[in-house]
Design a protein. Structure first.
Ligand SMILES: Cc1cc2nc3c(=O)[nH]c(=O)nc-3n(C[C@H](O)[C@H](O)[C@H](O)COP(=O)(O)OP(=O)(O)OC[C@H]3O[C@@H](n4cnc5c(N)ncnc54)[C@H](O)[C@@H]3O)c2cc1C
Length: 495
């Protein structure tokens, strides 16, 4: 065991909570029999397992024990034990989630998949990979690249694990053309809350064999089963790719270009970025964004040849010109891998540059045609509450990331001083941002999930009957509510 100091002692349940059993010496002994030394209860080591990237410290909780199983059989044995003993289990991937999904709300066990990190097979003939759930995105990309394949989903944080990506139905900027991870999951091995191991899907492509439990597991946020293995589709690598950076004098003009671009060509990604987030990100990376404007579109196009992507880029440039860019010559084309990596790195690090002052990053998604209307509302709310709400996102699929900030921006740098009264302003501003999305027929989360932080909005965006069906499914899978309890919605067994 990594530390014997306090196993079975810490983490007593707070009075008033649902009476899950406390992790006592007997339980620790049972866990040790399963995973040997791959567990710890040392409070000093717990910090990294209390939650995810969600910034609010009230959304962090200390587990009673962290276990790091090495294989599926160990996970099955752990769940048999915890189901019998009534102990909550929170699956944890890379901890890069943004809505408190892996917070061990009721203490109990954090089950980290980090030791299940093997890429088991790259099957070139069937164009797929078989991986353990704890493989990180960066390791996965490296292996896929080596095999000369392409895996399109690209959430910005490569420390995320395959199991976490599937559990949140993650996507990222390339979803416009290639869709989110759901489109790439062909098969899953899952351990159910009572310890049974099941296999869904397989190496085949088509499957019309009863209800798709596989699709139910995608996006289930660790509440229905623990994903231990996945079969992932791969694509051939596109031989040619360009990234276009288009500077505009107004965000409206940038956004108005998008539907016309989408009607004519299908880029891999169309990102919108407001200029205020660029200087802090340049500062962080000591890199320069290649052009100047008040807003930008970053458009990635791929194709089978240079001629094809050049032609697509020209079509896009002509459309942008109709939408008030100063000159077609202002468009920057990153046509080498290095230049593309440079701009992509700046785009991917906006979050890191703003992190110090971020209370929360939202994941609202509206119909693409009204994204401009929604961002205009974000500006109104920013003005009304006098708080900085930097906004960027995936323009062509309507997925808007607004940061709720506790600091402003001054001379291109995050203010050292906190915005006066931000604690009082944050809840109503957050609510208004969601209600405006609702009016525009949007949805609370496009790719991050509901987790803990967005539970209050689920009944606003999803009707009661659907939520009741979801609760019924949860009860069927997990009658004792031991698996990631208190996430997405409360069931009768929770608080
Ligand atoms: C800088 C930054 C940029 C990001 N950009 C994007 C983006 O563009 N698009 C996007 O979609 N997301 C993005 N994210 C969010 C995050 O990376 C994704 O939500 C990712 O899918 C989480 O994976 P993870 O392994 O870190 O999961 P965790 O945060 O560990 O867990 C997420 C949820 O999955 C469950 N879970 C984890 N592993 C398993 C498993 N094996 N079995 C069952 N349940 C499991 C957890 O219980 C939890 O509910 C970003 C995050 C950061 C920090």
């Amino acid at each position: 065991m990594e530390s014997e100091t306090s196993c079975g002692v810490i983490g007593a349940l707070t009075p008033g909570r649902k009476m899950y059993k406390k992790v006592d010496r007997e339980v620790i002994k049972g866990l040790e029999e399963i995973v040997g030394e791959s567990l710890f209860c040392d409070p000093e080591k717990m910090y990294d397992y209390m939650g995810d990237e969600y910034a609010d410290p009230s959304m962090k909780k200390t587990p009673e024990v962290v276990v790091k199983p090495k294989n599926t059989e160990q996970i099955a044995a752990i769940l048999k034990l915890t189901n019998r003993e009534n102990i909550p289990v929170t699956p944890r991937g890379g901890g890069t989630g943004l809505c408190g999904g892996c917070v061990p709300l009721y203490g109990g066990i954090v089950l980290s998949l980090e030791n299940m990190n093997k890429i088991l097979e790259i099957d070139k003939k069937n164009m797929l990979a078989v991986v353990e759930a704890g493989v990180t995105l960066s390791d996965f990309y490296a292996e896929v690249e080596k095999a000369n394949f392409f895996f399109p989903p690209h959430p910005g944080e490569e420390g995320a694990q395959i199991g976490g990506l599937i559990s949140t139905n993650a996507s990222g900027s390339r979803a416009v053309k290639y869709g989110g991870i759901r489109n790439y999951v062909r098969g899953l091995e899952v351990v159910l809350p009572q310890g049974e191991i099941i296999n869904m899907g397989g190496k085949f492509i088509k499957n019309s064999t009863g209800y798709s439990l596989l699709n139910l597991l995608v996006g289930s946020e660790g509440t229905l089963g623990i994903i231990t293995k996945a079969i992932i589709s791969l694509l051939p690598k596109s031989p040619a790719m360009y990234t276009l950076i288009v500077p505009y004098d107004s965000l409206d003009d940038a956004i108005m270009s998008v539907p016309e671009i989408r009607n004519k060509v299908l880029p891999m990604a169309v990102e919108f970025i407001e200029s205020d987030v660029i200087p802090p990100t340049e500062d962080l990376l000591n890199k320069k964004w290649p052009c100047k404007g008040r807003a930008y579109l970053m458009i990635i196009v791929d194709g089978v040849s240079e001629e094809e992507v050049l032609g697509t880029s020209e079509t896009i440039a002509n459309i942008c010109q109709k939408h008030n860019i100063r000159s077609i010559d202002d468009i920057v084309i990153a046509d080498t891998e290095e230049r593309q990596r440079n701009v992509l790195e700046i785009r991917s690090n906006i979050y890191s540059a703003l992190k110090r002052g971020t209370i929360e990053i939202l994941d609202i998604t509206v119909p693409p045609a009204v994204i401009g209307d929604y961002v205009a509302k974000v500006h109104e709310i920013s003005k009304k509450y006098d708080i900085w709400l930097p906004t960027y996102g995936h323009a062509a699929d309507g997925n808007v990331h607004t940061h709720l900030m506790k600091v402003g921006i001054k001379d291109g740098k995050l203010d050292e001083e906190e915005t006066e009264g931000w604690r009082d302003k944050y809840p109503p501003a957050r609510r208004e941002l969601h209600m405006e999305a609702k009016k525009l027929e949007g949805i609370v989360s496009g790719e991050h999930g509901i987790g803990l932080s967005k539970m209050e909005y689920l009944p606003i965006f999803v009707d009661r009957a659907q939520i009741e069906l979801m609760k019924g499914i949860k009860e069927l899978f997990d009658p004792n509510n031991i698996l990631n309890p208190g996430k997405i919605f409360e069931v009768k067994n929770s608080l």
